[in-house]
Design a protein. Structure first.
Length: 283
């Protein structure tokens, strides 16, 4: 029970650190910055054997038990196995064997950087054509609702529910009104526009968006190996003295339409024109 309580307290501390980073990270808006030291973690990419990007992704993609998540690393080949894979493929007990070293801990989501960008323009009204020989005026009704989505640099696509738990603050994070994962907004607008002869016109909306990049980090609860002279347990990654690790190439980008202080979507409306076939228009 004491060990479980200790784990829970360390997990809470990791989430709190992620939250603090999320707040400070909002000051960065120039573009995706290098994510060195996310959450105070040490980058193991290019240091440890194997594909550490994939290792952290698969490690943290497991369902978390009351005692954390578990992984196994073959330090000779770099092969990684999840808890279930190790029990099935290597050894029927959760014990280190030969080059296989075992570890247990917690995953968190530390903000690495954040920046603003323009989304893709989308048509928000029907096309209305003028096949006459003079200008025409029509009332356009345009509508739009904010969008949110996320993508991972490695591994399978991330589910919307998992992304929301990260970017809405459930898994650590705090964002300003511009960050739309906790909010949604829409509009419907009417506007009169001039349609030139033999032309069709529509309204488009280009959303202004906020991207937040997080680097999943792993907090080491314990790390074990057995080189034939008995099992040894330490409490840092490979007994190197650092307890939190990440792999620079594995990140999750969350993108959300920005909101204005009044709660409306932030973006730009444009009128677009396309010429019609002159054969179908009045001469």
């Amino acid at each position: 029970m004491r060990s479980v309580l200790k784990s829970a307290l360390k997990k809470s501390a990791l989430v709190a650190a992620s939250t603090a980073l999320a707040v400070s990270g909002l000051m960065t808006v120039a573009g995706p910055a290098q994510a060195a030291g996310s959450g105070g973690a040490t980058n193991i990419r290019g240091v440890d054997p194997g594909n550490t990007d994939s290792m952290i992704e698969r490690l943290c993609n497991q369902e978390t038990s009351l005692t954390g998540v578990y992984g196994a690393l073959n330090v000779d080949t770099g092969e990684f196995k999840t808890h279930d894979e190790y029990l099935r493929d290597v050894f029927g007990l959760w014990e280190p064997a030969g080059p296989w070293e075992l570890f247990r801990g917690w995953c968190g989501y530390a903000q690495a950087s954040t920046w603003s960008t323009k989304g893709t323009a989308v048509r928000t009204s029907p096309w209305i054509g003028n096949r006459g020989s003079k200008d025409d005026k029509e009332t356009f009704v345009s509508s739009y609702g904010t969008k949110t989505f996320a993508k991972k640099s490695v591994g399978a696509s991330i589910s919307l529910s998992a992304a929301k738990s990260i970017f809405s603050g459930t898994a650590g994070g705090s964002f300003t009104y511009e960050w739309g994962w906790e909010k949604s907004s829409s509009f419907e607008r009417r506007s009169e526009k001039t349609i030139p002869p033999c032309t069709q016109v529509a309204v488009t909306w280009t959303p202004y968006q906020r991207v937040v990049r997080v680097n999943p980090v792993f907090y080491v609860e314990d790390y074990q190996w057995n080189k034939g002279n008995g099992r040894k347990t330490v409490h840092s990654w490979r007994d190197r003295g650092y307890q939190t690790i990440y792999s620079y190439g594995y990140y999750i980008d969350g993108t959300s339409d920005k909101l204005l202080p009044n709660g409306q979507p932030d973006g730009r409306e444009d009128k677009v024109e396309e010429k019609l076939d002159p054969k179908t228009c009045a001469q």
